[in-house]
Design a protein around this ligand. Structure first.
Ligand SMILES: [Zn+2]
Ligand SMILES: [Zn+2]
Length: 270
């Protein structure tokens, strides 16, 4: 078969603290990463970028929280060709409310697995979050690489080293520190968000990006923004300013894309 090893495309279909779904396409596969919305919403979002749920063949799950898994059961039952990948700890922790996921569609994909599926290679790695055992993923095709890291208190140096110079990054910018501290959340919840197993701030994301963006980087998606403790403008400006201060040419060497809940980014060819 003649496969184009330059066909990796990505859209963040939905991102925010109430629902997360990303779409990844190669010549041979159409993949979802998390399914944190209803099946109907995910179908509509795919339609907006000109794709169909019936063509999805793989779904990778990061962790069991409902903003990443709400639609997993319904999608699996409606689309029998979708294989669902998660580590055993996540499988064991999925909420009962998802309903039955047919056994022949369940695949155990442990932390640290590297596996090729035709024209794409997927690698999982662990991050620090208050879930059973969260894992994030790198998707590689030829020289192109897309990495999505969300729901983590920090990104370790070894992970930064590993993901450096990816073609596209989707990293979490959950909150603005001042908005969180002055906002309506009770103190224990603020502490949960701020701690090492919580979420990353706009500043945290920018500092990591400044370390990992390289000559091959074309796209950066700002993801998993909190409704209460962040805004699109604050996140974009904070990240953009820090990267510019660190000598990077934002919007020249690479693009900074905002993401939204239930509004897909355009489908970007990497
Ligand atoms: Zn989340
Ligand atoms: Zn989470």
């Amino acid at each position: 078969m003649n496969t184009d090893l330059d066909s990796l495309q990505v859209s963040i279909l939905s991102s925010g603290s109430s629902g997360n779904v990303a779409y990844i396409q190669t010549d041979q596969h159409q993949i979802l990463l998390d399914a944190g919305l209803s099946g109907i919403k995910i179908r509509k979002l795919l339609k907006k970028i000109g794709r169909s749920i019936d063509d999805i063949d793989m779904l990778f799950i990061s962790h069991e929280h409902s903003d990443h898994t709400q639609g997993v059961g319904v999608l699996a039952r409606r689309c029998p060709k979708i294989k669902v990948f998660a580590n055993q700890e996540t499988w064991d922790s999925l909420p009962d409310s998802l309903g039955v996921i047919p056994a022949n569609q369940q695949v155990v994909f442990p932390v640290g697995t590297i596996q090729a599926f035709g024209d794409i290679t997927v690698q999982s790695f662990g991050v620090s979050h208050d879930a059973a055992l969260e894992q994030c993923y790198v998707f590689k095709q030829g020289a192109k690489q897309f990495v999505l890291i969300t729901d983590t208190g920090y990104i370790s140096e070894s992970i930064q080293h590993y993901i450096a110079d990816s073609t596209a990054f989707a990293l979490e910018c959950n909150y603005d520190v001042e908005m969180l501290m002055n906002g309506p959340y009770p103190w224990p919840l603020k502490q949960r968000i701020l701690c090492d197993t919580g979420h990353m701030s706009n500043e945290d994301e920018a500092e990591v990006l400044a370390n990992v963006i390289g000559d091959d980087t074309k796209a950066v998606f700002l993801t998993h923004r909190s409704h209460h403790n962040n805004t699109k403008l604050v996140a974009h400006q904070t990240v953009s300013e820090i990267l510019t201060d660190r000598g990077l040419n934002v919007d020249v060497d690479f693009n900074l894309y905002d993401t939204d809940i239930c509004e897909p980014t355009k489908l970007i060819k990497l």
